[in-house]
Design a protein around this ligand. Sequence first.
Ligand SMILES: NC(=O)C1=CN([C@@H]2O[C@H](COP(=O)(O)OP(=O)(O)OC[C@H]3O[C@@H](n4cnc5c(N)ncnc54)[C@H](OP(=O)(O)O)[C@@H]3O)[C@@H](O)[C@H]2O)C=CC1
Ligand SMILES: [Mg+2]
Length: 431
Amino acid sequence: MYQSPRRLCSALLQRDAPGLRRLPAPRLRRRSPPPAIVPRPASPRLLAAVSAASGAARSCSRTACSMGNGTSRLYSALAKTLTSSAASQHPEYLVSPDPEHLEPIDPKELLEECRAVLHTRPPRYQRDFVDLRTDCPSSHPPIRVMQWNILAQALGEGKDNFVQCPVEALRWEERKCLILEEILAYQPDILCLQEVDHYFDTFHPLLSRLGYQGTFFPKPWSPCLDVEHNNGPDGCALFFLQNRFKLVNSANIRLTAMTLKTNQVAIAQTLECKESGRQFCIAVTHLKARTGWERFRSAQGCDLLQNLQNITQGAKIPLIVCGDFNAEPTEEVYKHFASSSLNLNSAYKLLSPDGQSEPPYTTWKIRTSGECRHTLDYIWYSKHALSVRSALDLLTEEQIGPNRLPSFNYPSDHLSLVCDFSFNEEPGGSL
Ligand SMILES: NC(=O)C1=CN([C@@H]2O[C@H](COP(=O)(O)OP(=O)(O)OC[C@H]3O[C@@H](n4cnc5c(N)ncnc54)[C@H](OP(=O)(O)O)[C@@H]3O)[C@@H](O)[C@H]2O)C=CC1
Ligand SMILES: [Mg+2]
């Protein structure tokens, strides 16, 4: 019998964890790329669970481990016992446990449990933070932002055609742990995700119990819904740590293109830092994919910029925009963002020697049509109000490997981007 979901839930039942505790900080370095690996040590007391999970995983057929089973159903069952009877009238993917009724999870414990589930996988690669500090002393801790298209489970299994990726590498019960491991390794204060099709059964309950407040906005006609055994629509999700920020306002935006409503969405939230009292706006989006849709993406980008102009009161409130723009830096939508009156810069350009070039790739996969290596994901920020203190380096080509992504040791076809921001000292013009 497949037992790993039950073992994973053991952290959920813990009663003595005081909330999110910082794990040892990842190493910081200055522009030196040793391709190190991070072993996944299994603690002795977890060995029984590890062997049960791996044995079950080995014997689990693709059908038996399809989306929405195991942990998903367990969480949904839990939710139905904890929330009002009205919840049971909704489809399974809309049922969410009430975090008020759930105990906090110790992130170290959850990380250990993820690593136990993943112990048969190849080791995780080390990525280092590159120190980008200029002369911006700040008395407050930085704000760590993670941008990541995590790959919708339904699209990965049913539509994306990653021809070099074995189906076993995509099994949700393990891929979920790879995603959580990445989040727990970098401990972002703010998490901006695309292609989330396990919000209600996985990310919302778990991240709530790690201290995050979450918002989800599904695509109106998610392509996930075309896939058999799907787990509901995919969409954008935004999480922030409740002990660091207070929500001031929140907007779910359905993007338009030339006045037409489109299938793409964004979430924009104004947050107030509890330490400094300073406000900023954080937005997440996922623009229309595929070649031939460049003008459509450009129009969606213009609509998003217009919305953000209003929300930031004409750039008075500092802004961070995370997204899978599905556009190379040569595209019109990129140019709109780079030249907007919102005064934005793209954080990952700062990793280049001259600070002017985007990285060579943020997604790398092999489809039936061939190899697709592109820079599509960005973290934009108000350059007058914010500074990037450090950024997480990308995986190297050697680390990504010949079969590209996703793989047994990386769960998505897109790399996560992570930056530490601080407010510039002069408050003139910013709230
Ligand atoms: N019922 C209805 O009336 C409607 C239904 N739909 C459904 O939505 C789908 C399109 O939705 P839309 O939001 O425009 O989707 P997009 O074209 O934006 O792509 C959807 C997803 O497919 C991935 N993708 C990109 N390129 C490829 C590729 N070459 N092969 C496989 N997957 C790829 C994208 O991933 P990434 O971003 O990582 O590249 C993205 O997450 C339709 O196929 C239909 O199923 C849409 C509108 C109306
Ligand atoms: Mg995709």
